[in-house]
Design a protein around this ligand. Structure first.
Ligand code: AP5
Ligand code: MG
Length: 193
């Protein structure tokens, strides 16, 4: 298996780039945000619990998210690999993911970290609010999502950095150009593997 984490603040393009990456490298997209929004839409007990936190821009508890990811991995062990989008978001999640993958004789090869200025993130998410009406895309919640990223989530980059797996990529400009930069980083990783 070849597994990647795509990382970055809200609006940095994780979902947009994941769609291109899965085509190019034949990976399975595993987005915890998408799974949670699916649970919310179906009004499951987990969805109703998560809704209260997501609408405030707060993180859903680690144990819930880790269990969700574990199930998704085990349902898809026949895949060539995964791209994890929006997960891990805490160091506890990162450690749990490493353990889960190790137990299945695989690992995260590289973490692609999209770097985008805060003004641009807010601009993109407010535009998406007009186009799609995602419930957590309003200015107050966007500000809190960015705060949670800066306070908690960005430490996950150091976690991967310690084992030489953190690759920062400029996430500004054209979607296609960003994708080229990401492929450059992934191909370099594949060549050295
Ligand atoms: P999640 O769904 O992961 O949201 P997020 O991290 O806030 O990120 P977004 O999905 O908003 O942005 P993105 O980086 O995917 O960018 P996108 O490609 O969409 O999480 C939502 C919530 O769920 C969390 O707040 C938390 O409550 C909970 N949660 C999820 N995972 C969790 C976890 N592991 N632990 C605990 N809680 C968790 O792009 C954004 C917009 O910009 C789009 O409209 C796109 O078309 C546009 N765009 C993209 N690229 C460009 C470009 N280059 N130029 C111009 N526009 C662009
Ligand atoms: Mg996303």
């Amino acid at each position: 298996m070849f597994n990647i984490v795509i990382f970055g603040p809200p609006g940095s393009g994780k979902g947009t780039q994941s769609k291109l990456i899965i085509e190019e490298y034949d990976l399975m997209h595993l987005s915890t945000g998408d799974i949670l929004r699916g649970e919310m839409a179906r009004k499951t007990p987990l969805g109703l619990e998560a809704k209260k936190l997501i609408e405030k821009g707060e993180l859903v508890p680690d144990d819930i998210v880790i269990e969700m990811v574990k199930n998704k991995i085990d349902e898809n062990l026949d895949q060539k690999g995964f791209i994890f989008d929006g997960f891990p978001r805490t160091c506890e999640q990162a450690e749990a993911l490493d353990r889960l993958l190790e137990e299945r004789n695989t690992t995260i090869s590289v973490m692609i970290s999209l770097e985008v200025e805060e003004d641009e993130l807010v601009k993109r998410l407010l535009k998406r609010a007009e186009e799609e009406g995602r419930q957590d895309d309003n200015l107050d919640v966007i500000k809190n999502r960015i705060k949670v990223y800066n306070d908690v989530t960005c430490k996950v980059a150091d976690y991967y950095g310690k084992t030489g797996r953190h690759r920062p990529v400029d996430g500004s400009g054209d979607i296609e150009k960003i994708f080229d930069r990401i492929c450059g980083a992934i191909n370099q990783e594949k060549a050295s593997a």
